[in-house]
Design a protein around this ligand. Structure first.
Ligand SMILES: Nc1nc(=O)c2c([nH]1)NC[C@@H]1CN(c3ccc(C(=O)N[C@@H](CCC(=O)O)C(=O)O)cc3)C=[N+]21
Length: 318
């Protein structure tokens, strides 16, 4: 069957008169034709759905003990991207049996009003997690809001107390995207210990916690950013390269060592509504040993880790 598909693709390639039609899918099948059956794509959607199944069972067992898991999701304003992400989070909660309370506040909501809602949710025993969707409107200070959420309900892992716990190797909530990256790597059988891990991007919610997690996993870590001299040279050192710089398709083959594992944290909507990441997927595909796609890579894992943190919070509150 696969032989047939490969032949058909060769035929199609010949027809293209040398045009660059080697999309990822074509290369994927051609690898197999060489006798090396290798799917280089890390399927974040599949891995996240495995995690969701595990959590669903955990939530069911908690319910049997009379414990329900509840996440409060607050969105201020109606940024369309935020609405999509918040919607995905609520759907995922529902799927695993987590109750989600939704607070859709208008753009003009004051910082005081938001703080007062957070204060109320902090005190409610039936709420295990509080998520304030970022970015917030400009008149609200993100740092003030993040600090106001009880660290015990901070399922985003953004509160300075949780950041401190991570950096000192203690148990707290870890930012969902970097936690999702580690989970993806582990569940794909990739050993982190002793590897050269290069993180491009130094944000508080991805780059910095990503570096802390790689350190915790015994990786050798380099964090680079827009001011790094010779970014290509540094990135090429990576056995595991995490792109979290926020520039569409910026990472091409000049940044990637042959055989590297490439994790794409970026998410950008191009004209025509198609999504792409920080990595030029088609350009690097033949070089990498494994790569995450966008969509279907890190994004779904972020949500799975959020659910995991909610369940963890409920267990800690028992
Ligand atoms: N307090 C807070 N916590 C967050 O965790 C948080 C946030 N604010 N603000 C925005 C970012 C972004 N984020 C994503 C979550 C899921 C997908 C996701 O599901 N992505 C799908 C595609 C979704 C689509 O179709 O747009 C995928 O990559 O396959 C993406 C991005 C969480 N964030």
């Amino acid at each position: 069957m696969y032989g047939f598909i490969s032949k058909w693709i060769c035929y199609w390639k010949n027809l293209s008169f040398g045009c660059k039609v080697e999309t990822a899918m074509v290369k994927y099948l051609l690898d197999e034709r060489k006798g090396v059956f290798m799917n280089k794509i890390i399927d974040g959607k599949k891995i996240s759905s495995d995690i969701k199944e595990e959590l669903k069972e955990e939530v069911r067992l908690l319910k049997e003990q009379g414990i329900s898991v509840t996440l409060a999701v607050i969105q201020v304003g109606s940024d369309p991207a935020s609405t999509v992400y918040v919607g995905n989070k609520k759907k995922a909660c529902e799927y695993v049996g987590i109750c989600s309370l939704s607070y859709e506040l208008k753009e003009e909501t004051t910082q005081e009003e938001l703080l007062s809602l957070i204060g109320e949710l902090n005190h409610r025993n039936d709420v295990n997690g509080i998520l304030v969707q970022l970015p917030l409107p400009e008149h609200i200070r993100e740092d003030v809001i993040v600090k106001a959420i009880s660290p015990k309900k901070d399922v985003d892992g953004f509160h300075p107390e949780n950041v401190g716990l991570l950096n000192t190797g203690q148990k707290g909530f870890v930012s969902c995207t970097p936690a999702g990256v580690i989970e993806l790597l582990k569940r794909s059988g990739i050993v982190i210990k002793g590897k050269e891990c290069v993180v491009i991007g130094r944000s508080n919610i991805v780059g910095k916690p990503m570096a802390a997690l790689f350190i915790r996993e015994d990786g050798t870590v380099t964090v680079c950013h827009s001011k790094t001299a010779d970014l290509k040279k540094v990135a090429k050192r990576a056995d595991i390269l995490v792109a979290a710089l926020g520039k569409p398709k910026f990472i091409n083959r000049e940044y990637v060592k042959e055989g590297a594992v490439v994790i794409d944290v970026g998410i950008h909507r191009m004209e025509g509504k198609k999504l792409c990441g920080d990595v030029d997927f088609d350009d690097v595909y033949d070089l990498v040993s494994l790569i995450t796609p966008v969509p279907g890579g890190v994004g779904p894992m972020t949500i799975a880790m959020l659910l995991k943190n909610c369940v963890e919070s409920a267990k800690r509150m028992i």
